[in-house]
Design a protein around this ligand. Structure first.
Ligand SMILES: Cc1cc2nc3c(=O)[nH]c(=O)nc-3n(C[C@H](O)[C@H](O)[C@H](O)COP(=O)(O)OP(=O)(O)OC[C@H]3O[C@@H](n4cnc5c(N)ncnc54)[C@H](O)[C@@H]3O)c2cc1C
Length: 477
């Protein structure tokens, strides 16, 4: 069976020939070292780590999953070593500021690592992925004190991060949330509420878990206008920076799911003993705007998760079709002595593989372009260019999530078809890929919500300038 997960040549094509990623090195001092040689080295290292370390743990993650006992979640045994060496390799905050423990890598280049890592084991990758996103929120909206306490610990993976939006009565409609924040008079808030479906909400991989929590300060307006964002650690932090007293964040249950078994999906009770303390992150009642930073990044990450399942499915299916012998060549159907051929010779199998291939290549090109646009939105030489690329990011984010994950699931399904009956059997990789991929159409805003975001907010943004700019860019190509 192939261990390739992704096609290196295709990755290089997008990075070097489509995007000319090397040119980013002139745009910011952090990027200065990212010449072609360094970019190729990053691809090689990411591929090695994915194939040698992440992939072998994927099956165990699926079969063993997570368990809950007395409020404590145990992750698959192999994940503990994996988490340690992942952090030692400094893979968690590749794109973050070196001042806080990041690598300062262009997002465009980090895309190659995201593709390999998520294709090899995306349930595991959710732990560091959410940590990076939560850390980024602290970097962007945190006070100097919050940054000092949390950032390095998060970007080095010593502590993990999550995102706490969903409640039983508030899923797609986040504005319906009922979690309360009560002023304590010393600048902190007591948090009380129930959150559900929290990825990595509780686990045994790190010594502390930092939860960005959406809640409503008492007396704040109803709906999204009255939502604020808080930082709530599992263990409060001692003055010397070590984890201290338990902060009354109790895991009351974990979900039994169709896929991503290696990632814990937790129900969390906050402040059931009246002892959960949080600090405001950003301004009061501006929690949704702040959280959108993390949600938009997470939406693009979910696009990568779905796509990585699709590219792995394609690579497995291609390899399988080249080796599975079944049936005669259609041109020799009249010949009783004709030898059986590998199934890749059958036009219908070829059709399926080629369909998978075009979707995978198109989605890679799209996703890497969005990350390239995110780099350019920050570092392009002129403000006009920065605005143009930021517009691309805005318009393309719901597409990178919604369109890509819809297509990715179809690609995984076609991959299963190429395997025939074996595709349906858990011993082979297709069943897990299809199951794991399915969640990407649902979480981080269902794909129906992405469609509404695209139509309702993004197409009309700035009087339609971003979408017209994008059409212009496509025209040039
Ligand atoms: C494995 C897993 C991990 C998750 N991880 C996290 C996490 O880490 N943090 C977190 O906060 N949440 C998390 N979630 C929650 C996830 O984001 C929500 O499940 C998702 O946003 C949908 O909310 P819901 O389940 O309440 O469905 P609902 O909102 O009830 O939606 C049901 C259906 O109705 C549609 N619908 C709803 N509203 C509208 C509308 N206005 N117009 C048109 N159609 C609509 C939806 O598209 C969907 O098809 C996770 C969920 C799962 C299953």
């Amino acid at each position: 069976m192939t261990q390739l997960i992704s096609d290196r040549r295709d990755i290089e094509f997008v990075l070097h020939e489509q995007l000319e990623a090397e040119t980013l090195s002139g745009l910011h001092e952090n990027f200065a070292d990212f010449n072609k040689k360094t970019i190729d080295l990053v691809i090689s290292e990411a591929k090695n780590f994915a194939v040698k370390e992440l992939l072998p743990a994927n099956k165990e993650g699926d079969q063993v999953g997570c368990t809950l006992e007395n409020g404590k979640v145990t992750t698959p045994e192999s994940f503990k070593r994996l988490y340690k060496i992942f952090n030692e390799g400094e893979w968690l905050a590749t794109t973050e500021d070196p001042e806080w423990g990041g690598q300062g890598m262009p997002r465009t280049v980090a895309s190659a690592a995201a593709e390999y890592f998520n294709g090899a084991n995306f349930p595991f990758m959710m732990y560091p992925g959410l940590t990076q996103g939560a850390g980024h929120l602290v970097e962007k909206f945190g006070t100097p004190e919050q940054k000092r306490i949390y950032l390095k610990n998060m970007f080095t993976g010593k502590w993990t991060g999550t995102m706490l939006l969903t409640e039983p009565g508030a899923g797609s409609d986040v504005g319906a949330l009922t979690t309360k924040a009560i002023r304590n008079g010393d600048g902190t808030f007591s948090i009380v509420g129930e959150k559900i479906f929290i990825s990595g909400g509780e686990h045994d991989l790190a010594e502390n878990i930092i939860h960005p929590v959406l809640a409503r300060i008492e007396g704040a307006p109803e709906g999204t206008k009255g939502i604020s964002l808080f930082l709530v650690p599992k263990f409060r932090v001692n003055p010397d920076g070590t984890p201290g007293e338990f902060n009354d964040v109790i895991c009351t249950g974990i979900e039994h799911k169709l896929g991503i078994h290696g990632n814990s999906t937790c129900s969390l009770s906050l402040g059931s003993k009246g002892n959960c303390i949080g600090t405001l992150l950003g301004a009061e009642n501006k929690g949704m705007q702040a959280m959108f930073l993390m949600m938009n990044e997470a939406r693009r990450l979910v696009g990568f998760q779905g796509f990585a399942c699709a590219t792995a499915a394609y690579m497995y299916a291609l390899d399988y079709a080249r080796n599975r012998v079944q049936g005669k060549n259609i041109l020799e159907f009249m010949n009783p002595d004709a030898k059986s051929v590998t199934i890749i010779n059958h036009p219908d199998v070829k059709r399926q593989l080629m369909t998978m291939k075009v979707f995978v290549e198109g989605m890679r090109s799209l996703l890497y372009f969005v990350q390239y646009s995110a780099d350019m939105a920050l570092h392009a030489p002129t403000q006009e260019e920065k605005d143009k690329y930021q517009g691309f990011v805005e318009v393309l984010t719901p597409i990178a999530k919604g369109y890509v994950t819809d297509r990715s699931f179809e690609v995984c399904s076609q991959g299963m078809q190429v395997y025939g009956g074996y595709g349906f059997i858990e011993e082979y990789p297709m069943a897990q890929l299809l199951r794991d991929c399915r969640i990407t159409l649902i979480y981080e805003g269902t794909n129906g919500i992405q469609a509404m975001d695209l139509l309702g907010r993004k197409l009309g943004l700035n009087k339609g300038k971003p979408i017209m700019d994008l059409f212009g860019e496509m025209q040039k190509w």
